[in-house]
Structure formats: C-alpha cells, structure tokens
Design a binder for this molecule. Structure first.
Ligand code: DGL
Length: 265
C-alpha cells in the first residue's frame, strides 16, 4: 500500500482527459497534476525543447514525492519518454505503448491509422510501437494540428470542427483502416464527431488505455492507496491558473480543479 499521489504531467490542460480516466477506475487515488501552461503547446516544438521541458516536469513531480509518473502528453511520451526513464529512478508510464497495444489487439484488417500533433507523428513513435508488436501491420499516420486549438476554444460540435475533421480524416476512408489511434490528449473530446465520419472504425482512446495501464502497474507493485485520497489531489500550472480552471471544466467535469501557479526550478 502507498498513499502517495500519482504524478501526471501534460503540456497544459489536455492531460485532464487522462486524469478523468484515472479517477474513473482508481476513484480513491490522489493525483498531483502539472500542466505546463506557460510553454504549451509542445506539439509544434523541436525535439530537444520537448525533452528539456519534459525533464523539468518530471523533476517537479519527483520533488512532490509521487509514487509513479504518468506522462499524459502524447507529444512528451512520443519524444521524451526514453530519456525520462533513463534518468530517473521511478516508474514512468507513457501513453504510446498502451495505445499501440490496444490498436494491435483491435485491428482485423491490419490497417491502423494514427492522428496526433506534428511532433508526435514526426517522431514515428506510434508507428514503431505498433510495428514492434506486429511488423505486418500497415500504419498510416497523419498530423492533425488544428484540432487542439479547436477543442480548447470549446468548439467540439461546431460545423467548422466537423469540416476540419473531415478534411483530415477523408484519406483514412480511402485507406480502409479499421482502427484509429487518437494520439493526443485533446482528441477524446472529439470522439463522437470522429465516429460519425469514420463509423466503422475502432477508436483507440490513449487516455483510457494509459489509465488501465496505471491501474495494472499499481496493483502489480502493491502501490494502491488504502484510504480515499481523491480530495487531496492537487493541480499545478506554470501560468494563468484561471484559464486552466475554466478550460479544465470541459475536460474534467468536476468542481475540484483549483489550479495553483508554480515555478519549475
Ligand atoms: N498534450 C499534447 C499532446 O497530447 C497536445 C497539446 C500540445 O501540443 O502541447 O500531444
């Protein structure tokens, strides 16, 4: 048993989709969340920058004495996870492996699509993870960078968002994928629209998958908490907590978000 918190970091507010899923299946656990709102978005930044920011976020959570770290950000997971694991003596989980594993289990026709930020797609991390599980699977990846700002604007069912999605997803129809990995923190909020455009495609939600993996890890290492700690969860941001709190309500429909501003040293 271990009553310390689960550390979760993201480039900003999107990682709350992961928090939501963790609370769903681990309702007693306390989460210590860091959103790097001062430097978001990560998805359009260079690899070295994403690695440096991710290392600083990890250091912050370790100082907060968490028992495990979940990298909610797909971009950080895709680009920085191996470096974070090498340098730190704590279990660190990223979203890529969990999403890839589920996609491989779900595909029947061996054609998987992946969408994510520019940095996630350019890293080839999902493609490598899928191919390492089954090299005969065809992976078709596409960066979809306009989706993050549309979601943060709250435009999750506007016509313009449907049009942008249709533009991005139309090639997947031609390519006859049967499974699509939603490789970004924000995309679970677009699931219904995506399902309308690609009705026969399995959608793999990386937030759901990483939450399951977190639970499995805590169970296998005997690290679950033994009393209800959820209310002690804390949310830290590197800039503008009021904006985080406002947008955050869309991601995590709970009143508990009262983010505090912090400095990363
Ligand atoms: N959190 C990022 C991700 O999942 C999306 C936002 C960003 O670009 O920082 O890739």
């Amino acid at each position: 048993m271990d009553n310390r918190g689960i550390g979760v970091f993201d480039s900003g507010v999107g990682g709350l989709t992961v928090v939501k899923e963790i609370f769903k299946i681990l309702p007693k656990e306390k989460i210590i969340y860091l959103g790097d709102t001062a430097r978001t978005p990560y998805g359009i930044k260079a690899k070295e920058t994403i690695i440096r920011f991710s290392k600083e976020n990890t250091r912050f959570l370790i100082k907060m004495n968490v028992k495990i770290i979940v990298v909610a950000c797909n971009t950080s997971s895709a680009v920085a996870l191996p470096f974070l694991k090498k340098e730190n003596n704590i279990d660190i989980l990223g979203v890529i492996k969990a999403g890839a594993k589920t996609a491989v289990l779900k595909t029947k026709n061996m054609r998987i699509g992946v969408i994510g930020t520019n940095a996630t797609i350019n890293s080839g991390a999902y493609e490598n993870a899928i191919k390492s599980l089954n090299k005969n699977i065809k992976v078709i990846s596409k960066p979809t960078p306009l989706l993050v700002p549309l979601v943060e604007e709250g435009w999750i069912d506007k016509k313009i968002t449907k049009d942008v999605l249709y533009y991005y997803l139309k090639d997947f129809k031609k390519n006859r994928i049967d499974t699509l990995v939603l490789g970004c923190t924000h995309y679970p909020l677009l699931k219904q629209l995506i399902a309308k455009i690609l009705p026969d495609v399995n959608l793999v939600d990386s937030a759901e998958e990483i939450a399951k993996e977190t639970k499995e890890m805590l169970v296998s290492k005997n690290l679950l908490c033994n009393k209800n700690q959820k209310k002690k969860s804390r949310f830290y941001v590197t800039d503008a907590p009021e904006i985080f709190n406002k947008i955050g309500k869309m991601f995590l429909k709970e009143d508990m978000i009262e983010a505090k501003k912090t400095e990363l040293k």
